[in-house]
Design a protein around this ligand. Structure first.
Ligand code: GYE
Length: 329
């Protein structure tokens, strides 16, 4: 074989090997399920635990190519993320919506492109429920009912069930399912008890900083409360800082009864110390649940439209170091 032929043969062989190698890579990649996840923000410890749970479950190791977008608590960022996922032709979209309304068009775009959408954590309020595959999260109204039932018993136990009870409803993000459900429960309870009075309500955006400002300003202007109904733990931490500065006691034996939602480890430790009276559990560990739903969908199984997770509550009486350290968030 002439040197010239040898060269040509080598070049042909190289080209062949390179293209074969490309194909091999493609076929490995081809097996990965391409998922677009629009997370609403990073406002709380709960959210951090939720993001971790989702990204761990939808990892490459588990067979996923995850496109992750953090919307920083802004719906317009989420709408943009959904459109980008559609353009990138993902296999499935996961949406943790900041608030309930305003999703019809974006979800219709995904549907028209044949991309199923799983709603996680909070819910969407859309005209046509077929715009999404299913929704998985907490029953926030029922969490609120757990809280008001506990309060009712606590007031009886402490002989305060006939006293006027001034309740501060520290709400989360306006229009978020967690805010709507938890607010509905306390409003219902206040309507049913003549002596319960919601004398203040503010939106604290589920953040520590905003809650601190709100409670500080409320106390500085002479506001008073008997119960702080705080719709997440981080807002509770912010409120506590304001109470400390104002010299107001709280928790067991204190001036203010604190009810807090989420039950993250930091809050549970405070609850065990008696600084928070009640922690209502809200599970952020949706990653493996969503993963299972994706598999079920791909296997053609039937999926329930709405799936609520089971939750419980904690007081200083049912907590221990062991229970807290064994928890994942
Ligand atoms: O309670 C709060 C977070 O939607 C359940 O959002 C979630 C809420 C949670 O910011 O900490």
């Amino acid at each position: 074989m002439s040197a010239k032929y040898k060269k040509v043969l080598i070049i042909i062989l190289c080209v062949f090997m390179l293209s074969a190698c490309g194909k091999a890579e493609e076929s490995v990649e081809g097996k990965l399920i391409k998922v677009g996840f629009s997370q609403l923000g990073y406002e709380s410890d709960w959210r951090a635990a939720n993001t971790l749970s989702m990204t761990e479950a939808l990892s490459e190791e588990h067979g996923y190519e995850l496109l992750y977008e953090n919307a920083k608590q802004r719906q317009d960022n989420q709408l943009l993320a959904i459109r980008n996922f559609v353009l990138q032709n993902v296999d499935i979209i996961i949406l943790a919506p900041v608030s309930e309304t305003g999703w019809d068009n974006a979800l219709a775009e995904a549907r028209n492109a044949g991309i199923p959408v799983i709603i996680v954590d909070r819910e969407v309020d859309v005209e046509n429920e077929n715009l999404y595959l299913c929704a998985i999260g907490s029953d926030f109204f029922s969490e609120g009912i757990t809280a008001v039932n506990w309060l009712e018993e606590e007031l009886v136990k402490t002989g305060r069930d006939k006293e006027e009870i001034r309740i501060f409803n520290l709400k989360g993000t306006k229009g978020a399912t967690a805010e709507i459900g938890r607010t509905k429960a306390i409003e219902k309870a206040a309507a049913e008890h003549n002596n319960w009075n919601i004398n203040a309500e503010y939106f604290g955006e589920f953040t520590e900083a905003k809650a601190y400002e709100i409670v500080r300003d409320f106390l500085n202007s002479g506001g008073e409360m008997d119960v702080l109904y705080s719709q997440n733990d981080n807002m509770t931490f912010g409120a506590m800082k304001a109470f400390d500065e104002a010299g107001i006691s709280y928790g067991e034996g204190g001036d203010v009864i604190i009810i807090s939602f989420d039950a993250v480890q930091r809050a549970l430790s405070m609850c065990m110390e008696g600084k928070i009276n009640l922690c209502v559990e809200c599970s952020p560990l949706h990653g493996p649940r969503v993963e299972e739903l994706i598999r079920a969908y791909l296997d053609g199984e039937e999926i329930d439209k709405k799936i609520y997770v089971e939750e419980s509550f904690f007081t200083p009486e049912n907590l221990s170091e062991e229970i807290i350290s064994e928890r994942q968030y």
